[in-house]
Design a protein around this ligand. Structure first.
Ligand code: EPU
Length: 326
């Protein structure tokens, strides 16, 4: 276990915001979490790809080292792949494909760690973490003990899980995924429909190309991917909006309601490509706020609030951030 005092978090959040933490503790797979410092507050940080620091953090940031620790166990036609929570998600996707284990390929190029992907129930191009997670090993920082949670225990929902409702409490040590030996391409995302004969590697490449066409390259501009969640509304609200705006993309219908495209709402409200201070709205995707030039978290927040207000005024729809604001 490594401990750092008064450390800059700039390299630990993908927005590249220069906040600092009173202390950072980095846990490796062989370390005993029971020896973590006991005094709260804690902030569990994955790849920092979904966080906006608007201030310094006066507490302990807990991170898992990003080493690769992964094992595979056969289970009939399926395989159980267990990965260390600190591992970079995209490295795990690549590794599983090399091993001939399929199911994670649509999550290609998602930034962040394995542990954070569960907390956030990450999703892209037709697959969400909840579709492939078998169970999770966590350390409960509050109770000081290890626990195993099943998929159902995690209470996954759209960009949500039980862990998100207990910030700073659970450290996701390992995630077990149920994957397949046989590759069946998931082409449910419209732009992938034309790839019926793709191999897993070709699908991975197509998804990476799609993603990088819409999101800033992390080495060029900091961002947190989609900044807002797609808002879920009831049918009458959706029907009214469709009548008023016939060019609005069709909503995705689920048990929760009608999921609108936040990107379209923000784009239509005229924000695409605009900047406010040193924070901006990505010119190729209005759902993405980015660091235009050494921005602060407060600048990102001010831009986000202005967008929320404007979308509310124009469409009477409230956008909620997907990113966690500290
Ligand atoms: N759109 C616009 N203008 C924009 C952006 C989008 O009109 O500036 C329209 C698109 O044309 C499309 C619709 O909005 O009709 C939806 O866009 P897209 O398919 O790109 O997906 P999204 O809803 O914007 C979600 C996830 C992404 C994920 C993609 C693909 C959320 C908040 N975001 O984006 O996840 O990669 O679907 O599955 O659910 C992330 O969470 O960080 C993330 C990148």
């Amino acid at each position: 276990m490594k401990t750092y005092e008064h450390i800059s978090l700039k390299a630990y959040n993908t927005f590249g915001i220069d906040a600092s933490a009173r202390r950072m503790v980095v846990l490796e797979p062989g370390d005993e979490p029971a020896s973590l410092p006991r005094e709260a507050p804690w902030l569990v940080l994955g790849g920092g790809s979904n966080m906006v620091f608007t201030r310094d953090y006066d507490g302990t940031v807990v991170r898992l080292d990003t080493v690769r620790e992964v094992s595979v166990r056969a289970d009939g036609a399926e395989v159980l792949v267990t990965a260390w929570g600190g591992m970079v998600m995209d490295e795990l996707v690549e590794w599983t494909l090399e091993q001939g284990c399929y199911g994670l390929e649509n999550l290609t190029a998602i930034p962040g760690t394995v542990g954070a992907s569960v907390v956030q129930n990450v999703g892209a191009y037709g697959v969400e973490a909840k579709d492939v997670v078998e169970g999770v090993e966590v350390y409960d920082l509050q109770e000081g003990r290890r626990c195993l949670f099943s998929n159902a225990d995690c209470r996954f929902a759209y960009r949500d899980s039980m862990f998100k409702h207990h910030p700073g409490r659970f450290l996701v040590l390992r995630v077990c995924y149920r994957l397949r030996r046989e590759f069946v391409a998931n082409l449910s995302y419209k732009a992938l429909e034309g790839l019926p004969h793709a191999t897993a590697a070709e699908l991975r490449q197509a998804i990476a190309d799609l993603r990088w066409g819409k999101l800033p390259r992390p080495e060029e501009h900091g961002s947190a991917g989609s900044f807002f969640k797609n808002p879920v509304v009831e049918e009458p609200v959706y029907q009214h909006l469709r009548t008023m705006h016939p060019d609005m993309p069709e909503a995705h219908r689920s048990e929760e309601g009608y999921k609108l495209s936040a990107g379209w709402l923000i784009d239509r409200a005229g924000w695409k490509g605009r900047t406010m201070g040193a924070a901006g709205v990505w010119p190729r995707n209005a759902l993405v706020l980015y660091n235009a030039s050494a921005c602060t978290g407060s600048e990102v927040l001010a831009l986000a609030r202005a967008i929320q207000q404007d979308v509310d005024d124009k469409f009477n729809v409230r956008l909620e951030p997907e990113a966690i604001i500290i």
